[in-house]
Design a protein around this ligand. Structure first.
Ligand code: PAF
Length: 305
């Protein structure tokens, strides 16, 4: 029976584990040593799902298993180096994180041909302050797909390993949409994070604060610079479309604190390098100036100094 191997002790990984537990999918969890890992998840129907104890030593994974990495981009390299010796059967990896840059890290550790899927989710989950419980705060969906590669064929998403890995995740935590162009979906999400995350962290406000008139100008500047950089990398977005998406997510999640707001509040490392920092580094490679994204990076880094 194919098994989901879930790395880390975060809210989304716990949610996937709880879905696997509820829906009869075999799973194992691998938190970092000494981290507090949720033991239960409060499901969205108030059901309390008890999770299996963490598996301390990963055994060699089977080819039809799936290794899910719901980690921050800055944690990925270390995790993949630690896992690489258990991956000789080449089970598929699923990278699930805010921001971009994870695929580059994974291919640098495992090689261009390693079977990798990229995913983004809009399910809401929250790790409670005691660290021992997580709560499913909002039903969403997960989009998954193959990263763009030079030799990619139109029908690659029909490859058996791609279908099987996404079906396994869909059984655990539906709905999972296997999409043709995950890269575009990830960039769309990146634009949302480039605006909501730094503005909420810097101004100590909930996501709904981003809707205020006083942020019109900066929202627009961030979306405009984003669209210019994206176009240089073959992705065409209209500034209006990006701003509309940002406003829609800010209003749907108006009462929530963004992950970057939470990271700052809890004195944790932020994902700014994989979000606005990713845009700055792509812009630099093309000699484009993105002063508003650069300002966000400097100011968020200033908060954690
Ligand atoms: O990082 C986050 O908090 C989320 O991705 C989002 C979409 C901004 C909602 O809070």
């Amino acid at each position: 029976m194919a098994k989901l191997h879930i790395v880390g002790a975060g809210a989304i990984g716990s949610l996937i584990a709880a879905g696997a537990e509820k829906h009869g999918v075999a799973y194992a969890r691998y938190p970092k040593p000494h981290s507090t890992i949720p033991e239960t998840v409060k499901w969205n129907d108030s059901d309390i799902v008890s999770l299996s104890a963490p598996a301390s030593t990963p055994s060699c994974l089977c080819q039809d298993d799936v290794l899910v990495l719901p980690l921050k981009v800055y944690q990925l390299k270390h995790a993949l180096l630690a896992w690489s010796s258990y991956l000789e059967n080449r089970p598929p990896l699923v990278l699930l994180h805010n921001g971009l840059g994870g695929d580059e890290i994974a291919t640098s550790v495992l090689g261009e041909n390693y079977p990798i899927l990229l995913a983004t989710t809009s399910h809401g989950a929250l790790k409670e302050p005691d660290g021992k419980t997580a709560t499913y705060t909002g039903l969403g969906k997960t989009q998954i797909g193959l990263p763009r590669r030079g030799d990619m064929a139109r029908n690659d998403k029909h490859l058996p390993w791609v279908q099987e890995a996404s079906a396994l995740l869909n059984t655990a935590l539906p709905p999972v949409d296997l999409v043709d162009d995950i890269t575009r979906a990830l960039w769309q999400k990146l634009a949302i994070n480039c605006v909501i995350n730094p503005l909420t962290a810097l101004n100590n406000m909930r996501n709904g604060g981003v809707l205020l008139k006083e942020y019109d100008e900066i929202r627009h500047a961030l979306c405009r610079e984003f669209a210019i950089v994206a176009e240089q990398y073959g992705l065409v977005f209209s500034v209006q479309e990006l701003e509309k998406n940002v406003l829609s997510v800010a209003s749907l999640t108006a009462q929530n604190y963004s992950s970057m707001h939470q990271d700052i509040a809890m004195d944790r490392h932020t994902e700014i390098d994989a979000i606005n920092g990713y845009i700055v580094s792509l812009a630099n490679k093309k000699g484009i100036s993105v002063p508003t994204h650069a300002l966000m990076v400097d100011r968020v880094k200033g908060l954690v100094l």
